[in-house]
Design a protein around this ligand. Structure first.
Ligand code: ZN
Length: 160
């Protein structure tokens, strides 16, 4: 556990060495970075605090968080016509396309991290399942991102 600089709520980090070996340290490093970004979301959508980023040539080129903000790019990929609010991964892809070409995006990695309160005391945060919904999945497969890494409930990450 690491403490926020300006906040008392600790955000979760992956420290398990076996996990680093299994999925690769650079993936763990990105998820731990996103954990802080997600925990710092001031206005979560419901209880969902989800942060996403895209790396290209081992550099972070964009971030995205889920927010109560509609966007035409999200409307295109929403799982239904009512799904207009930006999902973190869609937002990260949208922002990445301002910097790199769709061709470069196919050589990029997408990371998605969800954090949630451990219980009602709201004194501790843990990881939550950040598997892309069917709308986001359609966007990911259309742009053909090289890899997608997301958090699982409690601990651990999964790679698509
Ligand atoms: Zn989604």
């Amino acid at each position: 556990m690491t403490m926020h600089e300006n906040n008392v709520i600790p955000y979760p980090t992956i420290t398990d060495k076996k996990e680093s070996v299994r999925v690769g340290y650079r993936h763990i490093k990105m998820i731990n970075l996103l954990s802080k970004v997600a925990a710092d979301i001031v206005e979560p959508v419901g209880s969902a605090r989800i942060a996403s980023c895209i790396t290209f040539r081992n550099e972070v080129i964009s971030f995205g968080i889920n927010e109560l903000k509609s966007h035409p790019f999200q409307a295109k990929w929403g799982k239904n016509k009512d799904s207009v609010y930006l999902h973190a991964e869609i937002s990260a892809i949208k922002n990445a396309l301002k910097i790199i070409s769709p061709d470069d995006l196919t050589r990029s990695s997408l990371y998605i991290c969800r954090v949630k309160f451990f219980d009602n005391t709201k004194k501790k945060m843990i990881f939550g399942l950040a598997k892309p919904c069917c709308g986001c999945f359609r966007c990911i497969t259309t742009f053909n991102l090289r890899s997608v890494i997301y958090t699982l409930d409690n601990e651990g990450i999964e790679q698509l």
